[in-house]
Design a protein around this ligand. Structure first.
Ligand code: DGL
Length: 265
């Protein structure tokens, strides 16, 4: 039987776990290496040049160390900058994570969509081009959050995060005069992989119901399509968790659900 494929999933921190969770569901046969570049977190606070200079060589080192069959950049803040550099430099398939503006605008009924991402992601030329090409007549509001990714990490690590802090970052997504306004925002793009970690809180705090667009299931389908078909028996291969800071962590139990029940070494 062929060896299971190795998939390397990369993010600035724990947000990429929301993408990993979907990929593991689609490909339980694969071996997973999850890398959190926590030594450089949060990416949203760094300049474009700093992120390119950090991520491109780091991915090269990770490819040498782990020989993955495919790399997923599970970070919008990085993917909106580095994908072409990575593809030009390294000969293996890469899958990125970019704001899901096209499907969001296609499904919005009120034609008012918000994109919630890091301050870096909403400033990117890449994101503006997606809006130019795919807004399909929608009014798109860009909401750059300074702190939500860190709040999501804190919540996942078991710390108390107040509703007020979360709502302050979320509120600008909601444009309009309440649930009865036919021109209100009805769709919010989750343009940072950390944000689905706070999904329950977002739903509870939202001033009116909206559709939340998380691209992770589509990314998982893309990854699965790029790999050779899974062998008949889904043998759960191993999983590794790497923090670039090399800090010891005690999160293994909390992280298990993201790894499909495996305990990451
Ligand atoms: N998870 C990352 C993203 O999707 C960003 C968090 C950060 O600022 O590092 O954009």
């Amino acid at each position: 039987m062929p060896a299971p494929p190795t998939i390397l999933v990369f993010d600035s921190g724990l947000g990429g776990l929301t993408v990993l969770r979907e990929i593991v569901g689609a490909r339980p046969d694969a071996h997973y290496v999850y890398v959190a570049d926590d030594a450089f977190f949060p990416y949203g606070h760094h300049s474009e040049d700093q992120i390119i200079a950090r991520v491109v060589p780091l991915i090269g080192e990770l490819i040498t160390a782990h020989a993955p069959d495919l790399v997923v950049i599970a970070c919008n803040t990085a993917s909106t900058l580095v994908m072409s550099h990575l593809r030009a430099k390294y000969q293996l398939p890469f899958v990125g994570t970019v704001p899901a503006i096209k499907p969001a605008c296609a499904s919005s009924k009120t034609k008012r969509v918000s994109v919630l991402g890091t301050k870096g992601t909403v400033k990117r030329e890449y994101t503006k081009a997606l809006i130019r090409d795919f807004a399909q007549g929608c009014e798109v509001t860009l909401v750059g959050s300074a702190d939500l990714a860190a709040l999501a990490e804190a919540a996942l690590s078991g710390n108390d995060v107040g509703d007020r802090e979360i709502f302050a970052e979320l509120a600008p997504c909601f444009v309009g005069n309440g649930a009865g306004d036919p021109a209100r925002t009805d769709t919010v793009v989750l343009a940072c992989t950390h944000y689905p970690l706070l999904m329950d809180r977002f739903v509870r705090l939202a001033p009116w119901p909206v559709d939340w667009i998380d691209p992770a299931p589509a990314i998982a389908r893309r990854v699965s399509d790029l790999l050779r078909p899974a062998s008949g028996e889904a043998d759960h291969a191993g999983a590794e968790m790497i923090f670039t800071s090399r800090r010891p962590h005690t999160l293994s139990q909390a992280l298990m659900p993201f790894f499909g029940g495996r305990i990451p070494a």
